[in-house]
Structures are given as structure tokens and as C-alpha cells.
Ligand binder design. Structure first.
Ligand code: ZN
Length: 318
């Protein structure tokens, strides 16, 4: 078990420099900084692995991979470099996704500078990817997702024009802009004395249990949302709700708000439409679970806010 539970995506390594987001021509006035590009493809990104960790494969502006991309999104300044996220275009008229993937993989293997690289999943590799790179990859992934899904005006349905290096979508007809959004989610460590509640959603990987969570609805504080979610999902009342920490979660674009709450109730009324199962575990049972000594259950993975909450509680830090 980690002595200091780590939260992926929370390192403050990226200087966003909103004032540098070029309005029209990328890079104007920014030439004194070298540019590094992250390449996304169908939700995956170009990575490489060494013995210790997985890193992003950055490519320079003159790299052949950029011939296949669009949507350059300016992420900010990292270690003196300007970092852009770029997305491989999927043009089904010319070539199928599969053929394009094969073509790119072949070209990557022939390029001695990046021939150890592959298109990998940020979510799958979250444990091994370096902390700094996870921040850049997560920010890029959320922005690329927003750009790909913000094509038409929600008022008049005309095509939107992407501006501000991918941070604004503008409708000429309505003269209005929309901006990348973040969806707040409460995630709650619920305790009753020395027991805590773990739940399992239908879409979770096999045997995985985690803290209860749900989206905040319009008009709610995070406490209201937590009380409602817990009442809806397991039929118990919680009180003494405390904010612990938070985490951006770019799948696709949430902000996880980690809370701790107490209850004096134990009897659960599980809403089987929402949850497959929910169980109370003692601190000792949770310790065993976190150290991998359980055949029946798997806890939330390291790097996630659920794991952070569970480990912090087991270690009596919260
Ligand atoms: Zn419009």
C-alpha cells in the first residue's frame, strides 16, 4: 500500500498561459519557445515505455505525423516548451480507420526516432504513465474530445468555428461562443464508525468496488448532491459532509470532488437500476482488500480519487 496515496492528473506542471492562446495564426510571437506536439488517435495517444514508466512521445512541428492531424489545441507551457495536442484526422472517404491505423503503425516502426512508440490508452496505462505526462495527456484528451463533439451550434445548428487554439467554439450567426466544460461529480467516502460503504456499478470492471459517486445537478451544492445520490442509490441519510480533495478526470471531462460523510444507518436499500451491489467493510477488511488479499473484490485503482479516499481513511489521515 502506498504510504502517500497519489492522485493522478493533479500535478501543477502546466502553465496554461491563456493569453498566449493565439487568435489566428498558431505560434505567432511564440517562436522563442520550442514546440512539442502530442498526437491523439481515436481516443488513444502516442506513448513509449521504458523500464520505469510510460512517457508521451512528443514530436516536433516538422514531423510527418502532423500531416495526418488537425485540431491543434494549445495546452500551455511545460518545462519551457509550448505543448500542443493534435488529433489524427479520420476521413472515411479516403481510407478506413483500420487501414489508417495500420499505415501509421508501419510508418512509426520505420521512423528510428519514434519506432518504440505506440498508440496507447491513457485510462489503461494510468498507473505507469509519468505524473507530469498524465497532466498533459489528460488535459489534451479532454480538449480534443470537446473539439470533436462541438461541431454545431446548439441554438441554430449551424457549423461552429473553432477559435483561440481550440478553447472556444464560435457561431457567426448567433455571435455567441461556447467553451470547454467540466462536469462536477461528487464521490463520497461514507463511514459508520469503523465501517465504510463500497458500491459496485454495472459498468465497473469485474469484481471492482469503489466509493459511491454521482453528477452534481443544476442548483445543487456538492453536499446536496452527495445527500441525494446516497439516498437514491442505497437509501441512507448522510451527515457531517466534509470536502477532502478533488481531481480532474478526463474520461471524458469530469471534475471529481472527494467528500467524506458519516451515517448512523447500516441497513441498505440498494437501487438495483443504479448499483449492482453495495457492502459495508470494516477498516481491517478494507486494509486486506487494498493489499490485494481478497478473491471476491478488487478496490478502485491507485491514482484514482476513490483509492486516495480509501487509503487515507485506512491510514487514519481523514
Ligand atoms: Zn448559432
Amino acid at each position: 500500500m502506498n504510504k502517500h496515496p497519489h492522485l493522478t492528473f493533479t500535478e501543477e506542471v502546466l502553465k496554461r498561459k491563456a493569453e498566449l492562446r493565439p487568435q489566428k495564426d498558431n505560434g505567432s510571437g511564440l517562436q522563442r519557445h520550442e514546440i512539442k506536439n502530442i498526437i491523439f488517435f481515436n481516443g488513444l495517444l502516442l506513448l513509449n515505455s521504458n523500464i520505469n514508466e510510460i512517457r508521451i512521445t512528443y514530436v516536433k512541428n516538422d514531423h510527418w505525423l502532423l500531416d495526418y492531424t488537425d485540431l491543434p489545441v494549445f495546452l500551455g507551457l511545460y518545462n519551457g516548451f509550448l505543448v500542443y495536442a493534435n488529433n489524427i484526422r479520420l476521413d472515411k472517404k479516403e481510407i478506413s480507420d483500420e487501414k489508417l491505423e495500420n499505415l501509421l503503425n508501419k510508418k512509426i516502426q520505420m521512423d528510428h526516432k519514434i519506432n518504440q512508440s505506440y498508440f496507447g490508452s491513457l485510462r489503461k496505462d494510468i498507473l505507469e504513465i509519468s505524473y507530469d505526462d498524465a497532466v498533459l495527456a489528460g488535459t489534451g484528451k479532454a480538449l480534443i474530445h470537446w473539439n470533436l463533439n462541438t461541431k454545431f451550434c446548439s441554438k441554430c445548428s449551424l457549423p461552429l468555428e473553432l477559435r483561440n487554439s481550440g478553447w472556444e467554439a464560435y457561431c457567426k450567426a448567433c455571435e455567441s461562443s461556447s467553451f470547454p466544460r467540466t462536469d462536477p461529480v461528487v464521490i463520497i467516502l461514507i463511514t459508520n464508525g469503523s465501517q465504510t460503504l463500497l458500491g459496485r456499478s454495472y459498468q465497473f470492471p469485474n469484481k471492482l468496488y469503489s466509493c459511491l459517486a454521482g453528477f452534481i445537478e443544476p442548483g445543487e451544492t456538492f453536499s446536496m448532491a452527495a445527500r441525494r445520490e446516497v439516498q437514491e442509490e442505497v437509501g441512507i441519510d448522510i451527515n457531517n459532509i466534509k470536502y477532502i480533495t478533488n481531481q480532474p478526470w478526463p474520461f471524458p471531462s469530469s471534475l471529481m470532488i472527494g467528500l467524506k460523510a458519516e451515517t448512523d444507518q447500516l441497513k441498505l436499500d440498494i437501487d438495483k437500476n443504479e448499483l449492482e451491489d453495495a457492502v459495508w467493510l470494516s477498516k481491517e477488511e478494507l486494509k486486506d482488500l487494498l493489499t490485494g488479499n481478497s478473491n471476491q473484490m478488487v478496490p478502485a485503482r491507485p491514482g484514482t480519487i476513490a483509492r486516495y479516499l480509501l487509503e487515507s481513511w485506512v491510514q487514519n489521515n481523514i
